[in-house]
Design a protein around this ligand. Sequence first.
Ligand code: GLU
Length: 563
Amino acid sequence: MAGDNPRDLLYRCALQNAVKHGGIPQSGAVISMVMGAHPEFRTRAKEIAAIAKEVIAEVATLSPDQRCSKLGEIAPDMIAALSEKHEHKKVLPDLEDAENGVVMRFAPNPSGPLHIGHARAAVLNDAYVRQYGGRYILRIEDTDPKRVDPDAYEMVKEDIAWLGLCISETVTQSDRLHLYYDLCRQLIERGGAYICTCDNEHFKELKIAKIACPCRDHSVETNLDLWEKMIDHRFAEGEASVRVKTDLNHPDPAMRDFPAFRILDSPPHPKVEAHVYPLMNFSVVADDHLLGVTHVIRGKDHIANTRRQRYIYDYFGWKVPIYRHYGRMGIEGVVLSTSQMRRGIQEGSYTGWDDIRLGTLRALARRGILPDAVKNATLAIGIGETDISFSWDNLYAENKKLIDSIANRYFFVPNPAEFRIEGAPTRTAHAMLHPADASRGSRELTFTGTVVLPRSELTQNITMLRLKDLFNVKVAWNGDIPQLVYAGDALADARAAKSSIIQWLPVQETFVCTLRTQSGDVHGVCEPVVKRELGNVVQFERVGFARIDSLGDNNIMAYFTHK
Ligand code: GLU
């Protein structure tokens, strides 16, 4: 940093601080970082503080994405430095040739919002960019109009912002068709591709029999003419395609002369007018090369593509990125198929892309799963090649670590029933908002004779219960009708009798609350003060964590997070 002027230094430190904490830079931290590196500025403290103020105001106007990309541009080493003290405990294995920084990408298809399966590629690539410094490119792969949902462009960006990825630039492949066309021409000139006008089925038969189709021997000139014809709309859909010349004797038929471009007349593309589209293997190689991608972390399902793509690299003489292919990950218990989700939303069986039964990131967010829990759980899974099944329990455990100390506690009584308690004094219970933090204060619940309790707690073998933060009650049974009688205040008595300590509410202090879970809605009542927690995650004692999703005039809707 020697020779830097204080303004530039402060700007860089403010950016790094904002990226690290995901908010407005903290003035004290920024100034001490600069003073730490440059003790000679200590005599100019007033001046430095004034510049810091200006710089922080400037950084505050940038979006999180702009902050990452600016920092990546002016001080990539400072992005790398972030990972040193990063909250992620599990460090990923080293990548070869990464010491001088990396360029990596996340390349989703805009066919719907991101789901938990996408998070793996997104988070792992992000973590490596943070580890080594460099650039992280978001590449929207929209060259298959059959798999483009116009709304997904925005949704994918929102999901990435939610995850807090450090994206330094975004490219959209449909903006880049001219680049792929140019490279196709060059590949033809190098003898690496030909235009095939064979019927698809016929080509398949020849390929299986390891026989060259008649088009394979076209001269470069003929191929270039046919290519221009393709581009000029003089072929219709299915009449011509571009194939990469590989090895017809390759043991895997899928490697033999695979397609690189095709013609599609419909559906129209929502962003460009096009007739000829590159297939994934071509556009991925073109962009990985043009964007200078050095390392690619992707799933094992791309291994065959990596082999195909190698042919294109070899024809051009380009450096091949370093690949890591992680194992497959089975994800149970939620819907992940975009077409199934879309159908369900259209038919009204799902409320939207954030329906609690779906595996989208927005559904997780709605339930109160924090982005850092997704990140930490994903990093713990890592880049291993072994196939695994995704553990919801691990994700919930990561989330619990983050929310347990934040979430205030309240009573929610599912399937409530009213009970009069005989012989009990009127009493106000002071129930702590958080058991480990008395400074947050407590909720006051005034008992005046009748309470609501979870109906399921009053089963015939129950003889004693403790109402949490209040007192003990004896339960006597008159046939199948329970009679509740005050039985003293001592917690030790309840413990000795091994009684359940249950949530309750004064009958006059209840507010209707629906707890939406993946297996259906649970109807109940909660404390009226829960209304002030809109958008927050709370813990309903003995039930689990829940995010307060919406408020009506007479009811609260809460989404169940996990136990
Ligand atoms: N768009 C591709 C996919 O989502 C990714 C391509 C790649 O990672 O090379 O499967």
